[in-house]
Design a protein around this ligand. Structure first.
Ligand SMILES: [Zn+2]
Length: 223
């Protein structure tokens, strides 16, 4: 999608969201779109200090969504500010019917932000289905992401791997996690997400990591 088109659909999305949701999540008064070039935030409450970013995604709820420019967010985080609350307007079609749900993620930890592969000037939000969220609007018949379980995929994976007691690959782990209903997601490649999470933990924590790589794509829990 060309940038201008994406921007236009963003603005339409903002108007639509403001209309559909029941006002400010904090105080219930009216929300209004901020000016087009306003950095980082897209909507603001008329009565209180609530402000949020707003993204429209033409797909069912999923864990990875396009963010915005990395530089400004990086400055904001370096200055010690938190990542702005995020409202995501998911719009998609299913059986030729329009589906829609608007989710609000009040708190986004830093580790959910990733610079976009192939375009480091931009970032994505990842793993947002694991975050605490509120559904602000749901078109009847639309599937809303399941409420977050406390730990998310990584914790569920640990349970499964503990029970198995042998090295496993991420596809196997995800299948077992689903079978035991420890975690669910509408994401397309949870095995890839899991791989990345485990990989990152090993990279970041070294000998403190809870996992060990045993072979290509295979991990086991440390005793
Ligand atoms: Zn308000």
């Amino acid at each position: 999608m060309p940038h201008s088109e994406a921007r236009a659909s963003g603005i339409e999305g903002e108007k639509e969201v403001v209309k559909l949701i029941d006002g400010c999540p904090n105080c219930g008064k009216k929300l209004k779109p901020l000016p087009k070039n306003y950095p980082l935030y897209d909507v603001q409450c008329e009565a209180c200090s609530f402000r949020a970013q707003l993204k429209t995604n033409r797909c069912p709820p999923k864990g990875v969504i396009f963010g915005a420019g990395w530089n400004i967010l990086n400055h904001v985080m370096k200055a010690g500010f938190m990542i702005p609350p995020l409202i995501v307007n998911f719009v998609w079609t299913e059986n030729k019917r329009k589906r829609q749900c608007i989710c609000f993620y009040p708190f986004i930890p830093k580790d959910k932000i990733r610079r976009r592969k192939g375009n480091y000037a931009m970032f994505n939000y990842t793993g947002i289905l694991d975050l605490p969220s509120f559904v602000l609007y749901e078109k009847p018949g639309s599937k809303v992401p399941p409420p977050s379980t406390k730990g998310g995929l990584l914790d569920a994976a640990i349970q499964v791997m503990k029970a198995a007691g042998r090295p496993m690959n991420c596809k196997e782990v995800v299948a077992a996690v689903r079978e035991k209903k420890l975690w669910s997601s509408t994401g397309k490649r949870p095995d890839a997400t899991l791989y990345f999470s485990i990989f990152r933990e090993i990279q970041k924590k070294g000998s403190e990591a809870r996992f060990r790589k045993t072979d290509r794509g295979m991990f086991e829990l440390k005793a």
